[in-house]
Ligand binder design. Structure first.
Ligand code: FES
Length: 499
């Protein structure tokens, strides 16, 4: 038996960054291990497609002949290998290529205010984390690190995280250790120059990072006990950084409106001037802000996971193999697939495009039904969208459109008075504006909508560079569910525009 031999018959395989740690028989095929976690092997493990790429973060996995055919010398040196050709002959920590999601950073130039030293701005998203290090004097960005939020393994959305956190304390150390490692890595040998690290995120990320009780966020009326800015020393977070470095998580606005939106208001400047503007961050939780220099209204609306490709039969994140865009060309569908690999699913932007194209083809009717009793709308290869997928999109887009209509009603304005809509976040960056308008997700002309990128990260950088910058406010948070006419407005918004 293995207990009596000198060499253990088991090895440990860790799957990064999902916090999965497995003890397996030495020599087990990595394909067998990874398949259990949903990793796909597009060419069936024939070492031809490169779709099963993994990166060895820790441990040793010698490169074989197929690896040398598929990867460059640089990639081999970085640890990239084909999972379908490899076995766990020793303990390994692996990053799975299919789990790597492109993370939206921010390249807008900002001016420093002459403060000496370095600072780090962090956007703590529910799915991804983006951190940029800046020279505080010049405002120049010196480095970027991105990561999947390791909490993803314990809940896809904020409510899943809250429910997990009610019975398990692991989420706080998980997020702290990930952000801390990113900060240490970014600062490198210059860590003694770090003055400040500023973070923003939604209210659940704020609470979990700060170690606050999430119970009030688990039930109506979803009003947190604490919404204020949270300040820490590196020692309190167990980070190997100089004690003089201050860490602060910016304050929240409401139960489902966090400091990421506060930072977005700062970044877009919508709370200045006379014209009415809007900020919309589309995700599982959609946040909407209406503002001018005199008033700020904000609301959150539960759009569900359709914009992130979840709850869709062939839905997936915007990663290699996802149909990300669909256009109609001479009456035919042309699909763009991320990574030039075979299509294996569809992400949120592809779904909105596909439904817009289906509406134009009259394959999808304005009430959302597939024409002629069809059950599926085929896109490319084996990728289809189903009647249920269209329903999911209808519910998601109705939540956003109804939220905007109700905020406008509360303001006493009509949509034509909005000068500009800033569409924030990764989905907002990739969705085609024409398709968002065609499906009724946004009820405003495309020429008055702009993709604003990662406004949360840009706003955090502004707060980092100018510590005395006043936060915009007061901000009136409108709980939509208790707003008069909420149900009726939501139902009105479910149908697609009949053009
Ligand atoms: S599955 Fe195609 S190369 Fe591994």
């Amino acid at each position: 038996m293995w207990q009596n031999t000198r060499v253990s018959h088991t090895v440990v395989v860790e799957l990064f960054p999902l916090d999965v740690r497995l003890e397996v028989q030495r020599g087990t095929a990595l394909a067998d291990i990874l398949a259990e976690y949903g990793v796909e092997f597009p060419c069936g493990g024939s070492d031809m497609c490169g779709g099963c790429r993994i990166r060895v973060v820790d441990g040793t996995l010698p490169a074989g002949i197929p690896d040398r055919v598929v990867f460059t010398e640089d990639e081999l040196a970085q640890g990239w290998r084909l999972a379908c050709c490899a076995r766990a002959d020793s303990s390994l920590k692996l990053e799975v290529g299919q789990w790597i999601t492109p993370v939206l950073a921010d390249s807008a130039p900002l001016e420093g205010k002459g403060r000496a030293g370095l600072g780090i701005a962090v956007d703590v998203g529910t799915t991804t984390i983006a951190a940029q290090m800046l020279d505080l004097a010049s405002g120049q960005v010196l480095g970027l690190r991105t990561a999947l939020n390791p909490q993803c393994a314990h809940g896809a959305d904020v409510m899943g995280r809250v429910l997990f956190a009610l019975s398990d304390p692991r989420l706080t150390p998980l997020i702290r250790s990930t952000v801390g490692a990113m900060a240490v890595d970014l600062a490198g040998e210059r860590s003694s120059e770090l003055r400040e690290i500023v973070l923003a995120g939604n209210t659940v990320m704020h609470h979990l990072f700060s170690g606050l009780d999430v119970l009030p966020l688990s039930h109506a009326p979803f009003v947190p006990d604490r919404m204020d800015e949270q300040i820490f020393t590196p020692a309190q977070l167990d980070w190997s950084l100089p004690p003089s470095c201050r860490i602060r998580f910016l304050p929240c606005i409401g139960g489902f409106v966090g400091s990421d939106i506060l930072a977005g208001i700062l970044a877009t400047g919508i709370a200045a001037g006379e014209t009415l503007s809007a900020l919309i961050d589309l995700g599982t939780n959609g946040e909407i802000v209406l503002a001018n220099g005199h008033r700020i209204l904000c609301a959150s609306t539960a759009a569900g996971p359709a914009f992130e490709g979840a709850s869709i039969r062939m839905g997936m994140r915007a990663a290699s193999g996802a149909v990300s865009h669909v256009i109609l060309q001479d009456g035919r569908l042309e699909c763009h697939v991320i990574g030039n690999s075979p299509a294996r699913g569809i992400c949120g932007s592809g779904l909105v495009d596909a439904v817009a194209a289906g509406l134009d083809l009259r394959a999808i009717l304005p009430n959302g039904r597939l024409a002629d009793g069809a059950q599926e709308f085929p896109l490319t290869g084996s990728v289809v969208i189903t009647q249920a997928d269209i329903r999911e999109l209808q519910l998601a887009k109705a939540a956003i459109a109804a939220g905007m209509r109700l905020l406008l009603r509360r303001w006493g304005a009509c949509r034509n008075q909005i000068a500009l809509v800033h569409l924030a976040g990764a989905f907002g960056n990739y969705v085609r504006l024409e398709s968002a308008v065609r499906t009724g997700l946004l009820e405003i002309a495309p020429c008055r909508i702009t993709s604003a990128g990662n406004t949360a990260l840009r706003g955090v950088k502004m707060a980092l560079l100018s510590p005395d910058l006043p936060f915009p406010g007061p901000i009136e948070h409108v709980p939509l569910a208790s707003e008069p006419g909420f149900q009726e407005t939501f139902i009105e918004c479910i149908a697609f525009p009949d053009m």
